[in-house]
Design a binder for this molecule. Structure first.
Ligand code: SIN
Ligand code: CO
Length: 394
C-alpha cells in the first residue's frame, strides 16, 4: 500500500512526497544525508565486475587517461580487462542491475511515491580513486545513492541542447562546468538531481554509486511512436478529403482552409483518449530485456494444483506492469498493461491487479479468493505463460 503523500519519508530526508514533488522533482537538487541509514551494499566491486563479463549485461568502463582522454570501453569484458586497468581514474558502469539482482531491485521499494512505469533502472558504478565519467548532464531524473566508499559530487548549471560538449565520439562531456555546490557522499547518503543539471562525481576512495534512473520518452519519440501506433489502425482508403472545397484563385497557393482540414484530420486521429492510454501503457511497460521473459504453459487446473502444493510466484524483474481505467462505448473497464501488451479486464479484478503489481509474492493464501473466478485464473495463467510471473518455490 502506498504511504499518504504528506507523511515525512526517511528516504527523502524527512520531507513528504508532496513537498518533494512540489519543490524539488524536476526542479532542483536535494541532498539527503543517511537516506538509507547504515546502508550496506549487497554486492561489491568484484560482483559488479563479474556481471560485466556477462553477454546479457550492458556495461562500460570510462578511463580518464586511457589510450585517448576519456576512453570508453564497451562490455562485455573479460578478466584480462581488469588486470590491465590502472590504479586510478577509471569507472565501471553496469546498467539495469535490478534486473539481475533481487537484492538490488529491493531499493526500488523506497520510491513507491513515484509511478513505477517512470522508473528506468538501477545503474551501478564502481570507481577507483579519481574515477569519474566527467562533467555532464542527463536528460532524466536520477537519485544517486552512495553504496560504498566516498564520492564527491559537484553540481553546476542547468544545461540544454545548446550547451557546449567536448568533441568525443562516445561521451557527452561538458566543455564548461559552472560549479555551484559540492558535497562528499558516504554510504547511505543520496543526491537527487533533476534532468539537465550539470553534475560531476569523482571517487575519493574505491566507491560504488547506485543510480536510480527515471525514464521519460522524448517528445520526438512520443510523436513518432504514437503516430505509428495510430496509423496501424487506419485503412489506406482513409485520406485527406476536401469535398467542401471552394474554387481556387491561385492554383499554387495553399490556403488557410486547406491547413484547417489537415489539422482536423490530425486531431481527430490523435486526440483519442482510448488510443492515447493504450499506446502509452504499452509503450511505458515495454521490457528492457524481453529475452529474459521465459514463460511456461499452464492450465487453470495445473495452477490450482501447483498453488495447493505450496508454489510461490513473483514478478519477473524484467516484467513491467501498470493498469488504468478505460472508457469503452457503454461502460468503464480496466486495462492491464504487461510488458508492452494490454488486456481489457472487468472492474472487479482491480484488487487482484493491485496484488500482482505490488505484493512481494503471490501464493495460495493471497490468491485463494480468485481461484474460482475464470477471468482471474485465465489472467494468472497468461502471466505465467508469458514469463511475467515466475515460480520461485514449491
Ligand atoms: C557514476 O555513477 O559514476 C555516474 C553517474 C552519473 O553521473 O550519472
Ligand atoms: Co549523470
Amino acid at each position: 500500500m502506498s504511504t499518504p503523500f504528506n507523511t515525512p519519508l526517511e528516504i527523502l530526508g524527512g520531507i513528504s512526497a508532496d513537498v518533494f514533488l512540489r519543490d524539488y522533482w524536476q526542479k532542483k537538487p536535494l541532498l539527503i544525508r543517511q537516506a538509507i541509514p547504515d546502508f550496506v551494499s549487497p554486492l561489491d566491486g568484484n560482483d559488479l565486475a563479474g556481471l560485466s563479463l556477462e553477454e546479457m549485461v550492458e556495461s562500460r568502463i570510462v578511463l580518464e587517461h586511457g589510450e585517448t582522454p576519456w576512453q570508453l570501453k564497451q562490455g562485455p569484458f573479460d578478466d584480462d580487462t581488469y588486470s590491465t586497468l590502472p590504479e586510478r581514474d577509471w569507472t565501471l558502469l553496469v546498467q539495469a542491475v535490478d534486473q539481475f539482482s533481487p537484492e538490488v531491485a529491493e531499493v526500488l521499494e523506497h520510491f513507491t511515491f513515484l509511478p513505477n512505469w517512470r522508473i528506468d533502472d538501477v545503474m551501478i558504478s564502481f570507481a577507483v580513486p579519481g574515477g569519474s565519467v566527467g562533467p555532464h548532464y542527463d536528460n532524466y531524473d536520477v537519485f544517486l545513492l552512495q553504496a560504498e566508499g566516498k564520492r564527491s559530487w559537484k553540481i553546476g548549471q542547468m544545461c540544454d541542447n545548446e550547451s557546449l560538449i567536448l568533441n568525443h565520439p562516445d561521451l557527452r562531456i561538458l566543455e564548461e562546468f559552472e560549479q555551484t555546490d559540492e558535497w562528499v557522499l558516504e554510504p547511505g547518503d543520496m543526491l537527487y538531481l533533476p534532468p539537465r543539471l550539470a553534475h560531476w562525481g569523482i571517487a575519493q576512495t574505491d566507491c560504488m554509486t547506485w543510480s536510480v534512473g527515471f525514464r521519460a520518452p522524448s517528445t520526438a519519440e512520443v510523436v513518432t511512436n504514437y503516430a505509428d501506433f495510430v496509423a496501424r489502425f487506419l485503412p489506406d482508403e482513409q485520406r485527406y478529403g476536401d469535398a467542401d472545397m471552394s474554387p481556387v484563385q491561385n492554383p499554387s497557393y495553399i490556403r488557410p482552409e486547406d491547413i484547417k482540414r489537415l489539422r482536423q484530420l490530425i486531431s481527430e486521429q490523435l486526440d483519442d483518449d482510448r488510443m492515447l492510454l493504450t499506446w502509452f501503457g504499452q509503450y511505458m511497460t515495454e521490457p528492457r530485456y524481453p529475452d529474459l521473459l521465459v514463460g511456461s504453459d499452464i492450465s487453470a487446473d495445473d495452477l490450482q494444483d501447483t498453488l495447493n502444493q505450496g508454489a510461490v510466484f513473483t514478478r519477473n524483474p524484467t516484467a513491467r506492469l501498470a493498469w488504468s481505467h478505460i472508457q469503452l462505448d457503454t461502460e468503464t473497464a480496466v486495462v492491464f498493461f504487461v510488458s508492452g501488451n494490454s488486456r481489457i479486464l472487468s472492474e472487479h479484478l482491480v484488487p487482484l491487479l493491485d496484488l500482482l503489481c505490488c505484493a512481494d509474492a503471490v501464493y495460495i493464501d493471497n490468491l485463494e479468493p480468485w481461484l474460482n473466478d475464470a477471468e482471474a485464473t485465465t489472467l494468472l495463467c497468461e502471466l505465467i505463460k508469458h514469463g511475467s510471473l515466475e515460480c520461485i518455490d514449491e
